[in-house]
Design a protein around this ligand. Structure first.
Ligand SMILES: [Zn+2]
Length: 357
């Protein structure tokens, strides 16, 4: 089955973690055994594994964050550095595109066509296609001033998640409390003007509600679970899920263990305590709360700074995301519902909301 993963930090992994994502996963894991003091557990993502799991379409981020052992050192000291690092990541996507490994999907037509090519391939027609990606930014500091959205849009950016961890120049993110700054309000108006989609993931509650008031365009939550199942500000409240559904959003279920099991402790919680079925619990909750399967999708975040030590115990690589379809089927979801959750909801969202051509 085709999978649409609405949140991967591929370029960040390649550029900042120095991962060659074209290699077989065992080779990457072996290479990284040389510096286990900074790299966490075994990585779960390479292009061969994405292809093996039929992850044909993704949202790929520009992530202005460093990879350092001490938390305070993981942010850029200047926005200009973050801006430059993001262009470096963009150059990585462009080089992988030139090589035919990735394919940018900047329009609704491109998303529809690429989905079709994959569906045909899965029926046995044609060669294995590249991985298509919609370009996103996780944390907006690389947008140096709100009006700079024109430059980023021209560069191919289509989605902005203004927040990541803590406060930034535009808003408050996970682990911090507060609303949008004056620049943050202006950024959302500029995003509306150029047609950049809003990713609500990581917005602190107050910033979330203000953003939904000011921004009038399409909203998604790329990698986001449910607070009623796992307490904490990183998850969406039921009220937020309902508000997103009313805006036509799709919410990608995240596969990071601390967003799946309350009180998860890395290297302490036994792997069998957090299985893929927990991801499906979150998907089911969104479906039940909204009374529809149209707002649930997949947004794994499996390369978001962790490896197997913080992923569901029955997941070895991203190819195992396929098992979500089996679990959904075991729980009584119809084939049509499963298709929607695994890819079609996000495909429809982008076909509808990206520029048509
Ligand atoms: Zn994230």
């Amino acid at each position: 089955m085709l999978i649409f993963d609405a949140h991967l930090d591929l370029a960040w992994n390649a550029v900042e973690w120095n991962r060659d994502l074209e290699l077989p996963i065992e080779e990457v894991r072996l290479f990284e055994k040389q510096y286990t003091d900074i790299v966490p557990g075994d990585c779960t993502i390479t292009y061969p594994e994405m292809q093996r799991g039929n992850l044909g379409l993704v949202v790929a981020t520009l992530l202005p964050r460093l990879h350092r052992k001490e938390k305070p050192l993981t942010f850029y000291q200047s926005r200009e550095s973050a801006y430059a690092a993001s262009y470096g990541q963009l150059a990585y996507y462009r080089s992988m595109t030139a090589k035919g490994v990735l394919k940018p999907l900047p329009t609704g037509a491109a998303v529809a066509k690429h989905c079709n090519v994959w569906q045909e391939f899965l029926k046995g027609n044609g060669e294995r296609p590249p991985i298509g990606y919609v370009l996103s930014m996780e944390g907006a500091p690389p947008i140096l001033f709100p009006e700079q959205v024109d430059e980023w849009y021209a560069a191919g950016l289509r989605i902005v998640g203004p927040a990541h961890y803590g406060p930034n120049e535009y808003c408050h993110g996970t682990g911090s409390f507060g609303g949008l700054t004056a620049d943050g309000k202006q950024l959302l108006k500029e995003m509306d003007r150029v047609g950049l989609l809003l990713d609500a993931t990581h917005l602190a509650d107050e910033s979330f509600w203000e953003a939904l008031d000011i921004y009038t365009g399409p909203v998604l939550a790329s990698h986001h679970n449910c607070r009623s199942l796992v307490p904490g500000d990183r998850q969406l409240t039921d009220e937020q899920i309902k508000a997103l559904a009313e805006r036509g959003a799709v919410i990608g279920a995240a596969f990071d263990n601390w967003m799946l099991l309350p009180g998860f402790k890395k290297y302490v919680t036994p792997p069998e305590d957090v299985l893929l079925s927990r991801v499906v619990d979150h998907i089911e909750h969104v479906c039940q709360l909204t009374g529809s399967v149209r707002h649930s999708g997949i947004g794994t975040d499996l390369d978001g700074g962790f490896g197997r030590e913080q992923s569901p115990g029955d997941l070895n690589t991203i190819a195992d995301v396929q098992r979500i379809a089996t679990i959904l089927s075991d729980r009584g979801f119809s084939d049509d519902d499963i298709n929607r959750i695994m890819h079609q909801n996000f495909v429809d969202f982008f076909v509808k909301h990206l520029p048509s051509v």
